[in-house]
Ligand binder design. Sequence first.
Ligand code: FAD
Length: 460
Amino acid sequence: MMTGKQYKASLKDGRRVYYDGQLIEDCATHPSLASAADTVESTYDHYYKPGADALSDYMSVPRSVEALRTHMVKHSDMLTEITFASTMTLLTAGDRIAKIRPQGRENIQAFVRHVQKNDLRMTECITDAKGDRSKPPAKQDDRDAYLRVIERRSDGVVVRGAKLHISLAPLGHELMTIPTKAMKPDEQEYAIAFSVPVNTPGVKIINVGKPPLSKDTRDFPVTSQMFISQGFVIYDDVFVPNERIFLDGEAEQAAVFAHSLGLWTRALGLARMADEADMMAGLAQLVAEANCLEKVSHIKDKIADMVIHATLIRATLEASFANSKLSPDGVPVPDELYTNAGKYLGASNYVLIVRNLMDIAGGSGLTVPSMLDLENPDTGNLLRKYMATKSSVDGEYRMRLLQTVRDLTATSNGGYRVNANLLGGGGLFAQRVVTRGRYDMERAKRLALKVAGLEKPASA
Ligand SMILES: Cc1cc2nc3c(=O)[nH]c(=O)nc-3n(C[C@H](O)[C@H](O)[C@H](O)COP(=O)(O)OP(=O)(O)OC[C@H]3O[C@@H](n4cnc5c(N)ncnc54)[C@H](O)[C@@H]3O)c2cc1C
């Protein structure tokens, strides 16, 4: 296993990562990546065990529902969670493609062992550039709009394309790359799933995202703990050796990977959403108390809405564990209906929760002065005086709460969160499709027929 320090050193492997037009020399210390790299480093140190055969507890595959539950609610850093989701995606997909492509499953299993043994981190590269959204891959003006195989060799394939919005791509070791959707029989060149190291020749990553302007963590209590950036990953004719290919040409199986990834990413997203929703309800209550308005009915109503939202998100998360099913390999897989319905609920209501928090906090939830202004002898005591609400609520305490509201809702991080909740793990439409598909509509229709006093539905 690697220590945190070894992890950071491992990123200096010649990878081509760019930011604002410049090649990044060291991803571990670059301002757009450093806080995320620090959190990954601490996870490495937390789980580190000496010895050549030691395996990270976090990276182990859960074998019971209880282990799955513990795993999903035990948050680690975002990259480590993405690696876990990628591992589970591959194992789930491997089971499903085994009949059609047994070699793919074997390659997946060998690759997962390699990742576990070497304590590596991987990122999920699925979203293509997509070009004209109304046309399928094979009908695009530029056929590279979806990543595809452009050359076949006896020892592997050469791929070309781009995967966009890849969370923390510059900080992982491996780019787990899979088709973004189902492919048609004439789209075999797009039915390609594989993994390559980030420093593979031809891979270029443009890192995107603006870190907070101030380094004062009190002004950015949320973002400073971890700022997440996304990589625009370009595969500029990249060679993939045979042993790293999981799927190649089996168009009818292309959607299996996206489907598995959607489930695991949304399940982990739901676990994060559940904690975030509780935290935001708690923050709203603390701000209301600091503003001395916690007994006012419209404030209580808004907090009650936030509490109900948080409770329903957690209920769907628990239902996804309780209804999980064992894969052929004995791995519990969260229930798709509850996972997707929960993720949809969390994503679609997030802006309403933000609205309530902003409303309760008032304008200072945006315009609260910085902590350096508080420390300035010219202004500090005046800020303390005017930001206090009563003798037991001092100005600094209230300012710290309001900084948290601002960082969560009104900074560039606030905008990031709205977008990430909505689109991370696929947009609302994707969750609607899966929820509708997994819902027992026949049972629902039977119930309705019974109430209507009818025996069976009219034939369509
Ligand atoms: C913060 C963040 C993190 C992310 N992390 C990752 C990651 O780690 N890995 C990864 O692979 N992806 C990641 N994504 C990408 C995410 O999964 C996509 O943004 C999402 O699936 C939507 O795809 P898109 O952005 O290409 O939007 P588009 O596909 O352009 O969609 C825009 C809108 O058009 C609609 N639309 C598109 N095509 C059609 C059509 N043919 N018919 C009808 N409606 C259509 C969509 O439903 C949506 O409403 C991330 C995104 C964000 C914002």
